[in-house]
Design a protein. Sequence first.
Length: 70
Amino acid sequence: MRRAGELPYNWLADNTRWQRKPRTFNSVEDALRDTAAFYRKNLWADADCYVEIWLEKDALAGVVFPVTAL
């Protein structure tokens, strides 16, 4: 159904398959640019409490993660 265009590829996810390979870059500049792009300050570092979100079903991760990643 995906190949026939009846079902969009992004409608299904198989989170049981992991790709294992080291992250590589073409240059030090590329590595620094990538590092700067994913840098996020730890806003919870000085908080009085610690928050975790747990899910019983992996299929919900795609719905919950975008909201909790803000």
